[in-house]
Design a protein around this ligand. Structure first.
Ligand SMILES: [Ca+2]
Length: 208
């Protein structure tokens, strides 16, 4: 009797084991498919992965602020919980009047990124909502040990948003110079007076 009962038990265990393996394999394959789809696309859905950017959606208040001392007298740089593209928050910048001196660009939200190989092709951008007339400055800045073309750093900006009052996807693809970079950083701010919101910003190394 023991033998008779052991056979179906082993069979049952085998079937359960096969079923578990099947579920795990199916989940792994579907996950790979999803990741591959997200990694390959340059469509607006791509921004859900920040790439080299941490907290791309401004959800964790982990961004740095780059602005002259006392900027609070003429500008607002804060997290907005009412206007956002995804999640619960966005990075808001409002420049009411220019600071003293010749400073025109307010870098505002800033993040230092990990270094990338010389010659790497990089795409950066994200979602931007600007008020009409606002000069948005979403730029990638790379500094070098040895100056390139007389400059110690290069700074590249994305296209300007053309829609106003709603979030618009902007991006730019650049090739890093063949020189050793000491620092790479992303800046999201303004190059003139105005108001802008940033969300789901990304910097990604392209594989092909
Ligand atoms: Ca967000």
């Amino acid at each position: 009797m023991k033998f008779i009962f052991n056979v179906p038990t082993r069979l049952l265990k085998g079937q359960i084991w096969i079923a578990v393996c099947g579920i795990v394999a199916a989940f792994a394959l579907s996950t790979c498919g999803v990741l591959r789809k997200l990694a390959d696309t340059s469509s607006p859905g791509y921004d859900q992965i920040g790439g080299l950017v941490r907290d791309s959606g401004f959800e964790e208040e982990s961004w740095g602020i780059s602005a002259p001392p006392g900027y609070g007298e003429y500008a607002e740089i804060n997290i907005d919980e009412k206007i956002k593209h995804k999640g619960r928050r966005s990075g808001h910048v409002y420049l009411q009047r220019h600071p003293r001196g010749n400073v025109r660009v307010l870098h505002a939200w800033t993040q230092t990124l990990q270094a990338v190989p010389p010659g790497a092709r990089i795409r950066f951008g994200g979602w931007v909502r600007a008020e009409r007339g606002t000069q948005v400055s979403l730029s990638l800045r790379c500094e070098f040990e040895t100056p390139v073309n007389g400059k110690r750093y290069v700074s590249v900006e994305t296209e300007q948003p053309t829609k106003f009052g709603e979030f618009q996807y902007v991006e730019k693809t650049v090739v890093m110079p063949a020189s050793t970079a000491t620092a790479l950083s992303l800046h999201a701010g303004l190059s003139d007076l105005g108001e802008v919101w940033f969300d789901n910003l990304f910097v990604r190394i392209l594989k092909d």
